[in-house]
Design a protein around this ligand. Structure first.
Ligand code: WTA
Length: 647
């Protein structure tokens, strides 16, 4: 763990929320009352919410089992089916004709899929998966573009109790292989390709490459024909999605699974080289997906069009493109392309065309759209918008103010939501029609969430920088790391002796109780809202034949939040410029999102006498800052002079 950033953000402007709405939590009194209910009776408040908001096949008898902490169990003995909660129950309630998924492709094509039609497709896909031998508990890897079939595949898994693991489509074949092998998946669902900036990127051929070595657990690959991209078909293994579904029945009895049945594994970066499979389970996750939709977005399923711009390959896409909106019975918008294609007006054009009322995106996108100029949003009618959300990284006050003024016309509350893959859903976020907001602060914890900022001994820090912890379990918390219980304990619980969940972020709570997230305190980078481990990139670099050693740090970037900066020591002083080959090598090992922005070739890396790379020093150099670290422990003082000579 490196140092905590202790520079306090000074931002004192406060924005009072509009109060005209009959919001699900309409004011701060209601918020405090709900918090008090949790404080007075934690378990029974969760019990009541779970009974009220989910449809159970068998009621649970125990709300929270702490006996084997930190392996908590929620809503034990209950059973339910997730797809039934997201689909059948709305169809039964007469909402079958309501649009569940509103999809727009990059070329502008639009598909509207009603709840009834989605249910039928999910059943067909579930039947098809079953026929291919997928059973409850089996893992299915989904490697797809942002198309409705990705959502259908995910929901189909939940229908039969299979565990999905979605791998972001921009990950390389090698990264895909690592994930397939770690998950021990039986089936891959993919597409022939996806559209991005007017061209087609490969998916199925990446799957072929991934499966060319190892991956023995895979028996079949279901391939959605989407992009008109010709790909090879391996007889006996590869099956055409549309053909397979066509012959299946449009009904499939939802399998009632236990509350704690694993729902999905989602790989995310940590501070070691190997990505970790974050494991979520069914009931608790779904409950929080639904409650946070209602609380932090004030989602009104009968009227809202909700657009979360995150790809389904990230947790934000799981919870807020898919499960949250559908569990509430509302309309979710899915867009396949990039937000600035064919021009910087695309996001606003989509908002106008589909009357988007809640927009949820990352600060990096807001900064890029802001930079493109106000003329773009001004060309479109944005009057349908009523709530604007942000996620993934700290939002700088300038971007916040722009979002509020230029996009929200000062009418729309901004909800800056702090959470993680591990938390399943929002943890700290304003309530749009209750919480007075300050630009750059995620404000207060949601009801039921118990957070604190502490020093490294676990002592609470008031009005100063410290480590963000969560003091009580919550229903949508990760249940572990797939196949690695020890790593789960070591990463999240050991720091504070199993008492608190350690989030890995630095934070400050100001005098008025507002929480300011200050970024990761471990070796995790946040590049354009994408989470990447420095060690992962380092080991990718070090696997190149010419590289002796590499260190990767982040440096501030105006648009991306953080840029990737690599310091590389070559085996022999090469005259050949290896910048491009090394970037290509990282792209191959992980994916283009992990490609270093800067590569500095150096003779050696600054290390302490005990051999630890002095990352803070490298961060200062990467950012062109004055060196703040005490370098007296630096083993070879000459290194510093060489590093400072770097451009
Ligand atoms: C960062 C994304 C500041 C944080 C949902 C966290 C944020 C990591 C915010 C998790 C926010 C997320 N303000 N920082 N509103 N939201 N983060 O797992 O460092 O991809 O630990 O989950 O993103 O990233 P992940």
């Amino acid at each position: 763990m490196s140092e905590v950033i202790s520079t306090a953000l000074e931002e004192n402007r406060t924005f009072t929320p509009p109060t005209t709405h009959a919001a699900s939590i309409p004011n701060m009194d209601a918020y405090h009352a709900l918090c008090k209910r949790f404080a007075d009776d934690f378990d029974s408040t969760w019990r009541d919410l779970a009974n009220e908001h989910l449809e159970w096949r068998k009621p649970f008898t125990r709300t929270l089992n702490r006996e084997n902490a930190p392996f908590f169990r929620w809503f034990e003995d209950g059973s339910l089916n997730l797809s039934e909660n997201c689909l059948d129950r709305h169809v039964r309630a007469g909402l079958g004709e309501r649009t569940a998924i509103l999809w727009e492709g990059e070329a502008g094509e639009v598909r509207k899929i009603s709840y009834a039609a989605l249910l039928a497709d999910v059943c067909r896909a579930a039947n098809s998966m079953r026929q291919l031998g997928v059973e409850a508990g089996d893992r299915v890897v989904i490697y797809m573009p942002m198309i409705p079939e990705a959502a259908i595949a995910m929901l189909a898994c939940t229908r039969i109790g299979a565990v999905h693991s979605v791998v972001f489509g921009a990950f390389s074949p090698q990264a895909l292989r690592d994930r397939i092998e770690d998950a021990g998946a039986k089936l891959v669902v993919t597409a022939d390709g996806g559209s991005r900036r007017g061209s087609i990127y490969p998916l199925k051929s990446n799957v072929d490459l991934a499966l060319s070595e190892g991956c023995r657990s895979i028996t079949h690959v279901l391939v959605v024909a989407h992009a008109g991209n010709k790909t090879e078909t391996i007889a006996g293994r590869d099956i055409d999605w549309h053909q397979a579904l066509r012959v299946q029945a449009s009904t499939c009895e939802p399998l009632a699974v236990e509350s704690e049945q694993p729902l999905f594994i989602l790989y995310t970066s940590g501070s070691t080289g190997k990505p970790k499979g974050i494991l979520h389970s069914t009931a608790g996750y779904l409950l929080w997906a639904r409650l946070t939709m209602l609380w932090s977005f004030d989602f009104k399923p009968q009227q809202d069009v909700f657009w979360c711009t995150a790809d389904i390959g990230w947790i934000t896409g799981h919870t807020y493109t898919l499960y949250g909106p559908l569990c509430c019975g509302g309309t979710t918008l899915m867009y396949e392309g990039v937000p600035t294609y064919p021009d910087a007006g695309r996001v606003w054009k989509i908002c106008e065309a589909h009357k988007v009322s809640i927009l949820y995106t990352a600060p990096t996108a807001i900064r890029a759209l802001k930079k493109a100029g106000d003329a773009w949003p001004e060309k479109y009618d944005l009057s349908s918008l009523r709530v604007l959300g942000t996620v993934g990284e700290p939002i700088n006050p300038e971007a916040w103010i722009w979002y509020h003024q230029v996009i929200g016309k000062q009418r729309c509350p901004i909800v800056d939501t702090w959470w993680q893959t591990e938390t399943g859903g929002h943890m700290i976020a304003p309530l749009p029609f209750a919480t007075p907001t300050k630009p750059g602060s995620a404000t207060f914890p949601l009801p039921g969430i118990d957070i604190a900022v502490v020093d490294k001994h676990g002592k609470t820090i008031r009005d100063g920088g410290g480590l963000l912890v969560i003091k009580q379990p919550w229903p949508s918390m990760l249940r572990g790391i797939w196949n690695d219980n020890q790593r789960y304990i070591d990463t999240y619980w050991r720091t504070f002796n199993n008492r608190y969940y350690f989030a890995g972020d630095g934070a400050r709570i100001d005098r008025e109780g507002y929480c300011w997230i200050m970024g990761r305190v471990d070796d995790v980078l946040n590049v354009s809202g994408h989470r990447l481990g420095t060690m992962e990139i380092e080991s990718a670099l070090a696997s190149h034949t010419s590289v002796a050693e590499a260190a990767v740090v982040g440096r501030p970037d105006e648009i991306k939040g953080e840029a990737i900066c690599a310091f590389v020591v070559l085996k022999r002083a090469d005259s050949e410029n290896l910048t491009l080959p090394l970037r290509a090598h990282v792209t191959q090992a992980i994916g283009a999102i992990a490609k270093p922005d800067d590569i500095h070739f150096v003779e050696s890396l600054p290390k302490t006498r005990s051999g630890k790379i002095m990352r803070r020093l490298l961060r200062d150099i990467a950012a062109g800052r004055e060196i703040t670290q005490d370098i007296s422990t630096l083993e070879d003082q000459a290194v510093i002079r060489q590093l400072q000579k770097q451009p």
